[in-house]
Design a protein around this ligand. Structure first.
Ligand code: NAP
Length: 270
């Protein structure tokens, strides 16, 4: 089994990644090898943000790669092994039976003036916003005008991304067992011209959401996962649930709602 270790530059992550590498090197006689370019398993050491970066690093190999997240801080959503569990993790890798659990991704198609196209796969979300001045955009669902939005911005998130930025802007937490995407408003203005639903919308696996800029000479900010850029000539963005999925090695499984409780609510007081 070919393994790549992907870490952030935090001191504790470097130490944890080094320790993991040493433990794995001892298992070479049991079929473990290292391959940063074409791995079977990518082990991200850091936080959920590190796993987002690892995802984009290996996004062209999603059919063959499975991910594992080792958290060097508190328990994460993608990174669910902790730094003191490295021996258990190495043991699971040695006895790997190829099992995985997979989650939906967002396919985002951006169209710029001159019919220039860009496709992005997002693990958490893609946000379109304007920080200075308001963003005006038409929202179409399956090609039909749904609403005219004016405000700070709009986010479309995956189920696993629903606990990230989406949650901070009032979106719902969605179980990743659903093939769904969630459209959430950021600071909408409602008046006679621009009227929006005012609540998040959860869409299904055959739906397409389109955001069409009303004035594409005004720059808009695009943020997806850990990345962002500014565009001056964006015409529209189409969102759908991607055919590709992210796979995690399924050595153990933390029940989704227990993970939500552990991360956001904490233990019951006795
Ligand atoms: P960051 O701004 O350094 O970190 C944002 C935080 O979001 C980190 O604490 C990260 O956890 C956490 N996070 C990432 N994905 C998550 C998920 N699926 N569920 C729950 N928490 C999650 O940026 P980053 O580390 O590169 O992460 C980029 C993500 O940050 C974006 O995709 C966006 O969702 C999120 N974000 C959130 C807000 C907000 O809540 N107001 C604002 C901007 C961006 P770790 O500490 O484990 O890395």
């Amino acid at each position: 089994m070919k393994i790549a270790i992907y870490r952030n530059d935090v001191e504790h992550s470097i130490a944890t990644a080094d320790e993991l590498e040493e433990k794995l090197a001892d298992k070479q006689s049991e079929g473990i090898e290292f391959d940063q370019k074409k791995p079977d398993i990518v082990i991200s050491v850091g936080g959920d943000g590190t796993l987002l970066s690892a995802f984009h690093e290996y996004v062209d190999q999603l059919d063959t790669v499975r991910f594992i997240g080792v958290h060097t801080g508190h328990l994460g959503f993608y990174a669910d092994w902790q730094d003191f569990e490295l021996d258990d993790l190495v043991d699971s890798l040695v006895h790997d039976s190829g099992e995985s659990v997979d989650y939906p991704l967002l396919q985002v198609d951006l169209t710029f003036s001159g019919d220039v196209q860009q496709r992005i796969l997002a693990l958490n979300e893609l946000v379109m916003k304007r920080s200075f001045g308001t963003l005006a955009t038409e929202v179409l669902i399956n090609g039909e005008l749904f609403e005219r939005f004016r405000g700070d911005g709009l986010s479309v998130a995956t189920p696993t991304g629903s606990t990230a930025y989406n949650k901070a802007i009032g979106g719902a937490v969605v179980t990743p067992s659903l093939d769904a995407m969630q459209l959430t408003e950021i600071g909408s203005i409602n008046n006679r011209v621009f009227r929006t639903l005012g609540s998040p919308v959860i869409l299904g696996d055959s739906d397409v959401v389109t955001l069409k800029t009303v004035d594409n000479t005004e720059p808009v900010q695009i943020a997806f996962d850990s990345f962002h850029f500014v565009s001056k000539n964006l015409e529209k963005i189409d969102f759908r649930i991607a055919q590709q999925r992210i796979k995690f090695a399924k050595y153990r499984h933390m029940e989704f709602y227990r993970r939500i409780k552990t991360s956001f609510i904490g233990p019951e007081e006795k």
